[in-house]
Write a protein that binds this ligand. Sequence first.
Ligand SMILES: *Cc1c(COP(=O)(O)O)cnc(C)c1O
Length: 355
Amino acid sequence: MTFTLTIDEPRWDESVRRSAKKYPDVVPVIKGNGYGFGRGRLAALATRLGMDTVAVGTGAEVASVRMEFRGSIVVLAPLTLADLRRPAPEADYLIHTVSHADVVRRLAQPDSPSPAIILELDSPVHRHGVTLSELPGLAAPLRQVRLAGFAMHLPSGGDRPKVLDSVHEALHALRKAGIEVDTFWVSHLSVKEQAAVQALEPGLRIRPRVGTDLWLADRSTFTVTGTVLDVHRTPHKEAVGYRQRRVSGGSLVVVSGGTAHGVGLYTSSARTGWQEVLKSVALGAVRGAGWSPSPFHWAGHRLHFADVAHMQVSMLVVPAGVAPPQVGDQLTCDVRMTVSTFDEVVISSSKPVAS
Ligand SMILES: *Cc1c(COP(=O)(O)O)cnc(C)c1O
């Protein structure tokens, strides 16, 4: 009973390698569930690709990445004053993010620990970061810390010329405050946008922090499948599931893959196109049931949930007129990788199972 990720490893490696080449000086981001692959697997690939630096989301993620990667590790979560009060091992491969002026001032004191830091600046995202008006006051303390550069975590959408302006404004404000900038770490600039900033800032070392566009660059290099565990013919108007909703006939399929795997926490993948949505709506409308679309596919159909997703399985409806799968068959599942957990990861070099 497995919910399985099958990776066509040579092709996946190659897709990540190709994507990494497009971003000069890229810093792979390895965080959370490791974009579905697991942090260790991503760290091992970063090693195979010869990366010098990767970024993790939180300090708790460092150890799992360090086991497979020996270069520098940037911690994206900002260091707090509370963190500095705890005795923390000061590993020289770690680079911490700082996004508060009082943390910079604390680190500038002679009795302070002296980790390498990146100062994060406020951006249009407004998640973390010191504001540009705080910079003049930080020029002196910044000379007393081990500074590895400045960072901006930018939005991935929105008004792009405005986003690029915010980068140039920040660089201008730094220089106006008498602060030298040699390395600038950015998130969510496209390859083209990075080139545009680089053209105006020829002396600047820009280091893009990229996750999704690396690991998930080519979805055809991996497949997610759930195993069919049970198939029942259902009479018209039979009540089924925890919710005891009535189905309009056809077959009820029980497949591995539930909320514990990240299935059913959402109704569709982030990458579902409008055609897919229309198809689901049409399928639902035909049966007049209004079931929500599931991420599982069978025989070219996106199947609908017959019940809320259970913890480890989902109950799906295969409409009358479509031959149902059999116990043991695999249904492809269009998951959001950043929220998915798998029972098993299979490494293959054959072509992935088609739906
Ligand atoms: C998660 C994260 C990234 C990577 O984001 P993707 O959209 O997966 O490329 C980059 N920078 C920061 C600060 C992040 O938190």
